[in-house]
Design a protein around this ligand. Structure first.
Ligand code: GLV
Length: 319
């Protein structure tokens, strides 16, 4: 087989070892994303590209790679950065890394729910100002999750379900939007399915776990936000563009929404300065899957997908 494996970013050590074990020439990127010009240059003649969510794998890149390209292995559960139709038209297999990051992403989501509800980040920022303080009965109170608070899960796939399990351990009620995922009767019984407007209207905390597609772009817009309970909280660890940032800022500044926790951003890595200025907003830099073992599992799974396709086998996790 001629051609190289292009790994757009420096992966974990184990995954880089797995890349070397493929026995093909390797062109490896750095810790920072390649520029568009570097992406186009290093893709030329590749048989496989291990891409990340920061790489726009569109028809231009696929054409730059040329007819040698057999597989794009994206190191992410999400694949909105890959033009699937263009890949399909060129006979290129696309794989992602579902499953191995559910727990890590759900953990971060629950951390953000807690940070918002119990004002953890706000309290931390407050202490760092050096302002004198003393414990008080009315000081920095927030939402009690275990007092019957309702979590609305938008997108009840693997990650949504992992979040729901954690929320139930906190004695929260869980509502979710209907799913086509295969669920056992037991899994169906432990959640109440409602349509999106009802999930929005009935939840104290709404958390997003749907993929970003044309149908979910700006799913949370002015109309959706206006359906949410006054003072409700919004958490997004899915993709930034599922939320209309302008609408979110309007709802937060008008005080209609109690707060928002965002791990992902519309124009990532740019973070809208209006969000930075709001006290009731918790922000993290796309850390959903950032557990040491989880990242290793994601990177290694992507490389194993490449190995399978290049060996003429079915990929482990095709999109
Ligand atoms: C991360 O955002 C992922 O999609 O895996």
């Amino acid at each position: 087989m001629t051609g190289h494996v292009y790994v757009t970013r420096l992966l974990t050590d184990d995954a880089m070892d797995a890349v070397a074990a493929l026995g093909l020439p390797v062109v490896a990127g750095r810790e920072v994303p390649p520029s568009r010009a570097e992406l186009l240059r290093d893709a030329v003649g590749a048989v496989a590209v291990v891409s990340t969510l920061t790489d726009r794998m569109d028809s231009v890149v696929l054409d730059a790679a040329g007819p040698s390209l057999r597989v794009v292995a994206n190191v992410a559960a999400g694949y909105d950065n890959v033009d699937l139709a263009a890949a399909r038209a060129r006979g290129i297999v696309v794989t992602n890394t579902p499953g191995v990051l559910d727990a890590a992403t759900a953990d971060l989501t629950m951390g953000l729910v807690l940070a918002l509800a119990r004002r953890i980040a706000e309290g931390d920022r407050f202490l760092r100002t050096g302002t004198p303080w003393v414990w008080g009965p009315r000081m920095m109170t927030g939402l009690d999750l275990s007092a019957g608070a309702t979590l609305g899960v938008v997108g009840y796939g693997r990650i949504g379900r992992a979040v729901a399990r954690r929320a139930r351990a906190f004695d929260m009620q869980v509502l979710a939007t209907p799913t086509r995922a295969h669920l056992t009767p037991g899994e169906r019984a432990e959640v109440e399915f409602r349509d999106l407007p009802q999930v929005l209207a009935l939840s104290d905390v709404v958390t997003l776990h749907c993929p970003l597609t044309a149908a979910t772009h700006h799913l949370v817009d002015d109309a959706a936000l206006s359906r949410m309970r006054p003072g409700a909280l919004l958490v997004n660890t899915a993709r930034g563009a599922i939320v209309d940032t302008d609408a979110l800022v309007r709802a937060l500044t008008a005080g209609r929404l109690g707060g928002a926790a965002l791990d992902v951003f519309e124009d990532e890595p740019h973070v809208d300065p209006r969000l930075l200025a709001l006290e009731q907003v918790v922000l993290t830099p796309h850390l959903g899957s950032a557990g040491n073992r989880t990242r290793d599992a994601m990177c290694t799974l992507a490389v194993h997908n490449v190995a399978a396709v290049l060996a003429g086998q079915e990929p482990l996790t095709p999109v």
